[in-house]
Structures are given as C-alpha cells and as structure tokens.
Ligand binder design. Structure first.
Ligand SMILES: Nc1ncnc2c1ncn2[C@@H]1O[C@H](COP(=O)(O)OP(=O)(O)OP(=O)(O)O)[C@@H](O)[C@H]1O
Length: 310
C-alpha cells in the first residue's frame, strides 16, 4: 500500500471539506481522484502530505503514519501543485537543478538528473529561459520537471493540465504514463473525466468531500444502469412514435430536439437494432447514427443527479 487514508475529516470553520474520506492507493497504480471544483481534491492532497492539519482520521504513506516532520517519507514523494511553484529569478535549468539539490547532495548526480528531467519534459530548447518567458504549457512542464527530478516513488499531480494547450496536455499525459511505467505510483487529481479515463488504472470519484464510487473505469461504468448512448439524426418523429420508442425493451430515456434523437439504453446487444427496425417500420427517415459507451460523467450523473462539470 502506498497511501491509505481512513475516515479523514477536514473542516474549514463550518464548511466540511472532507467528510470521512477513505482512499487506498496501491503500488504501481495511476490513481485518479476525479471530482468537480470544490469537491475536496486539493484539501485531500494537502492532508495526505501533512501540509494541512485535519480534524479526524488516519493517513499512512508507504505503510507508515504520515506527519509534518516525516522527511524520510517526504523524500520519496514528488508533488506538482495546481499553481506553478518555480523561482522567477532562476532559469529553467537552475530551477530544476535547485529542486533536485534539495534531495540529492552529489553534484554530478544532480547534473545528471537535471538533464534527464529536462529531456523528459522536452524543455531542451528552453534551458536558459526564465519562467516569465515561457508559455503556460511550457511553464507547467517546468513545474513537473521540478517535482519529479529526484525520482520519487510516489508522484502527486494536482490538476496539472488546467489552462494548458492540447499539445502540452498530451505531452504531460504521456509523460505521466511513462513515469508510471518506469516504476512510480501516481496520484492524479482532475475534473476532466477524459484525462482520468485515458491514463488512470484506478479511479475514485469524489463529491462534497466523500468518495462516492471507486474502481477501474469499467467497474465504475458497470455500476450504473445506462449501457449505451445512441444518437440518431431523425426527421419528423411524432409524440406517439417517441412514446413507443420509450416503451421498447431496455430503453432508459429518450429525448428529441433539433432532429436529434438521444436514447439511453440499458446493457444489451440488440438495442440499436430494435430501435432502427421500429423506425424503418414507421418510415421515419434517419441519417447519422452514433453509439457511445457511458462516460464517467454518466456515472457521476446517475449517482449524484448532477453533471461533473458546471
Ligand atoms: N483555506 C480555505 N479556507 C476555507 N475554505 C476552503 C479553503 N480551501 C478550500 N476551501 C473550501 O473547501 C472545499 C474543498 O476545496 P478544494 O480546493 O479542496 O476542492 P478541489 O476539489 O480541489 O477544487 P478545485 O479543483 O477548485 O481546487 C471548497 O468548498 C473550498 O471552497
């Protein structure tokens, strides 16, 4: 077990930010903490790292109780916070080298690791740049390099792709997968379900400071009743026909607007065939048909009754 959190409660005055939160992160996982803004992700990370005092609960890191002075444990953790934390007075190279030297004394090793980290985040062409001259995406990559340069066993990234261009975002996500392949356990917080689906081997969905569902993405999706979303471009469907479609077997919900028929079905193989057969029989003309498997947003929606994104 890399991180074990049990019954964690954190209050900011009257606001309960973490409400008996439980988490278990195992070695080798890319563990996604997915939740809307304000659900308590950053608070959870800060408590796990003992950067914040909490009201109740226990936290173990690398099977040992975590505390503010547990520098031995902290040495093996790399943290990449939501807000970029680098020194404006230092160049890209100097920043990374400085963070590395906080953990590693041997100068040659610091140089080797700094160069490796620079290559890892593809900042070779920007070594001598000061942070102010970097774009948002490059700055994020510098922030990541500073957090991983000492080769930590556990890497925590708190929303590292917020306000990042798609190219840098992909680089960051690929980089995280690579770090994991090289042996690091990752905790990744995000409110972007696509990212979490793309890279995380285990996901905890968090809302109002509580884990509301946990598992692999397939396990999470199998928890809900929606099996498939079918969108059909369809013309002149009348109320009676809509009602009949609603009453076909295994249909969960039907919406029709602007010539788009949106149907949610339960799990099963023949849902689309049944719908299309009925439409053909009724001579309803239709165009494009798109079928999609449920997303993590559907999981969130079914459990909480609201969308993951505002
Ligand atoms: N220092 C603080 N004082 C008071 N309330 C706070 C403080 N920090 C966070 N909160 C509140 O605690 C709740 C959880 O916030 P937190 O930042 O942990 O959520 P989050 O999931 O990380 O969201 P975001 O993605 O917006 O950072 C929110 O309601 C937030 O307003």
């Amino acid at each position: 077990m890399i991180v074990k959190v049990e019954g964690l409660v954190k209050r900011y005055d009257k606001l309960v930010a973490l409400d008996y939160l439980d988490l278990e992160v195992k070695e080798g996982e890319i563990f996604g903490l997915l939740g809307p803004n304000g659900s308590g992700k950053t608070t959870a990370i800060n408590c796990i790292l003992s950067l914040l005092k909490y009201d109740k609960g226990t936290i173990e890191v690398f099977d040992k109780p975590m505390g503010p002075d547990e520098y031995k444990l902290k040495k093996d953790i790399g943290l990449i916070m939501q807000n970029v934390a680098v020194f404006d007075e230092l160049t890209v190279y100097e920043n990374i080298s400085y963070f590395c030297s906080l953990y590693i004394k041997d100068k040659k090793e610091v140089k080797r690791l700094t160069e490796e980290a620079i290559e890892f985040v593809s900042l070779d062409d920007y070594k001598k740049f000061y942070p102010k001259k970097l774009s948002g995406g490059l700055l994020r990559r510098l922030n990541i390099a500073c957090g991983i340069v000492h080769k930590p066993k556990l890497i925590i990234l708190d929303e590292p792709t917020v306000a990042v261009d798609p190219q840098s975002r992909n680089k960051i996500l690929e980089g995280i997968k690579k770090l994991n392949e090289d042996g690091a356990t990752i905790i990744y917080t995000s409110h972007y379900m696509e990212e979490v689906e793309q890279i995380c081997s285990k996901i905890a969905i968090i809302d109002k400071g509580k884990v509301i569902a946990q598992g692999t993405k397939d396990e999470l999706k199998s928890m809900i009743s929606v099996g498939e979303k079918i969108t059909i471009e369809a013309y002149q469907v009348n109320d009676l026909q809509l009602n009949t479609i609603k009453n076909l077997p295994n249909i969960y919900s039907v919406e029709y607007r602007e010539n788009q028929l949106e149907i949610k079905t339960g799990r099963g193989n023949n849902n689309l065939v049944t719908i299309l057969e009925y439409m053909a029989e009724q001579k309803i003309s239709f165009g494009r048909v798109i079928t999609e498997l449920p997303t993590l947003n559907d999981v969130f929606l079914e459990i909480t009754g609201k969308e993951l994104r505002d």
